[in-house]
Design a protein around this ligand. Structure first.
Ligand code: NAD
Length: 476
């Protein structure tokens, strides 16, 4: 079994105490790699390395253009090593390989986009009346800790780390314990691309009472960017507040998908399938609550059920596979548990259910009362709850009746309604007649328990820099 270490101070290293963990492939349910299992000492060592690199190394001082060149070299290497990166995520979490390749392309774009964005951003010049002139400068914040989840291992790691690096920070990345490999492969490529030692550190291990908590409790950290569960976000926010460390939290979701009578049904069915069954529904942005207007309900459901049943389940390493197992035994157990309580809660399974191994088939639930667990909790699996509706007001109210607010989708050919409903939905992102399309300049984040803060474009700049006002006297 290949060994994947931490990457600290420009070198791949084992844990200080020599401990390792088995990395399990959820399709074979067998270990496929050995990974360094870090502890607080390894986390502290990674932060110290990032701190030294920030104070003494060239990265924060080399300027935007040189950083841009190194980041583009890294992106070139990611493209050249796309097969290895994609297979790492597929073996770590059972993501179908074609989707993993899509993630690698998006990860590469994360690196290129933020490298260019930092280089070409303009800053405010504020001419004043009083014979003074003010402007804003954006210096790096310092040491940024990035803690990422297991559902898009490489993509979310790069989404958090690339802007931090582009703006001149040094970074410690802690990937999820279930999906560590692509982060080590990526950090190896960063060394090959010429990134100076200590600029991108990767440390592996668990969250609570381990590497994760050590990173969030370390006073020598300047920023924490976290993606994961809302409950973990609250713990991290509390830990960071002890040292007043700014946090950006991208958390859970229970996305509403609204299909109106006047929608293009083929398009709505296509995206409604993608929205909950892509990546086996292990997507924060999943459209897990589907509302269909009464006039098209029967026609929509006939096509939707058929499309869900037609998804090709199987070995995620096979290019033809569209639907893989859940990412771990722990997660499979959690998602399966929702089927046990479904009857008592009043819901009815139209298709799907628990399959072999760690598979849960594409599952569609109807007739669930709005207070049922499946309607309120983030299942984070291929399980959608469908409810018919009559009026626009009624569906907007139902869509907003959640403690989450990450995203929503609206399918309608009525332009006025599209804008009106998008305006009323409580969500960080609203997609109209599409899903999952992103412009990296746009704000990304959530409302309520879906998060605090926004990242993307200038929003990432605000978070990863210390904006400074400089006021100069011009006339004496
Ligand atoms: P999780 O919160 O269990 O773990 C996420 C990361 O936090 C892991 O690296 C974990 O080791 C670490 N961690 C756990 N406890 C910690 C602690 N006490 N201190 C420090 N670190 C700790 O989440 P998960 O199960 O890996 O991911 C699934 C969740 O992530 C879902 O809720 C999903 O909606 C959310 N998510 C959100 C977004 C978004 O952009 N809003 C994107 C993807 C996933």
């Amino acid at each position: 079994m290949e060994f994947f270490g931490h990457v600290i101070d420009g070198k791949e290293v084992p844990s200080i105490d020599g401990k390792t963990m088995h990395d399990v492939d959820p399709y074979t349910r067998e270990p496929w790699a050995a990974v360094a299992l870090g502890s607080k000492s390894d986390a502290d060592r990674a932060v110290a390395s990032a701190r030294t690199a920030f104070h003494e190394g060239p990265w924060p001082r080399m300027g935007y253009e040189k950083r841009q060149q190194i980041l583009h070299r890294l992106a070139d290497l990611m493209e050249a090593n796309a097969d290895e990166l994609a297979m790492a995520d597929t073996r770590d979490m059972g993501k179908p390989i074609t989707q993993a390749h899509h993630d690698v392309a998006r990860s590469t774009w994360n690196v290129r986009f933020f490298a260019d964005h930092a280089r070409f951003s303009s800053a405010e010049a504020l001419p004043m009346d009083s014979g003074h002139h003010a402007y804003t400068s954006y210096g790096p914040a310092g040491v940024a800790v990035a803690i990422s989840p297991w559902n898009f291992p490489l993509m979310l790691g790069t989404w958090k780390v690339a802007p931090a690096l582009a703006w001149g920070n040094t970074v410690v990345l802690k990937p999820a314990e279930d999906t560590p490999v692509s982060a080590t492969v990526w950090a190896r490529l960063a060394i090959e691309a010429g990134m100076p030692p200590g600029v991108l550190n990767v440390v592996h291990g668990f969250g609570p009472d381990s590497v994760g908590s050590a990173l969030t409790e370390n006073p020598d950290v300047d920023r924490i960017t976290f993606t994961g569960e809302s409950t973990t976000g609250k713990i991290i926010s509390a830990a960071a507040s002890k040292h007043l460390i700014p946090v950006s939290l991208e958390l859970g979701g229970k996305g509403a998908n609204l299909v109106f009578d006047d929608a293009d049904l083929d398009n709505a069915v296509h995206w409604a399938v993608q929205a909950i069954f892509r990546n086996a529904g292990q997507v924060c942005l999943a459209g897990s609550r589907l509302f269909v207007q009464r006039g098209v309900y029967d026609a929509f459901m006939e096509r939707y059920v058929a499309a869900a049943q037609a998804l090709r389940m199987g070995d995620p390493k096979e290019p033809a596979t569209e639907f893989g197992p859940l990412a771990s035994l722990k997660h499979f157990t959690k998602v399966s548990g929702y089927f046990d309580t479904l009857g008592a809660d009043g819901g009815r399974l139209l298709t799907g259910g628990v399959g072999d191994g760690w598979f849960v088939a594409p599952s569609i639930i109807v007739d669930a009362p709005t207070d049922a667990r499946v309607c309120r909790e983030e299942i984070f699996g291929p399980v959608v709850v469908v409810q018919p509706f009559d009026t626009e007001d009624e569906v907007v109210h139902a869509a907003n009746d959640t403690r989450y607010g990450l995203n929503a989708m609206v399918f309608t050919e009525n332009l006025s309604r599209a804008h009106r409903v998008a305006d009323k939905l409580k969500a960080g992102t609203v997609w109209v007649n599409c899903f999952f399309i992103r412009d990296l300049r746009a704000p990304f984040g959530g409302v309520g328990e879906s998060g605090v803060g926004r990242e993307g474009g200038t929003f990432s700049r605000e978070f990863f820099t210390e904006p400074k006002a400089v006021v100069m006297q011009i006339d004496r």
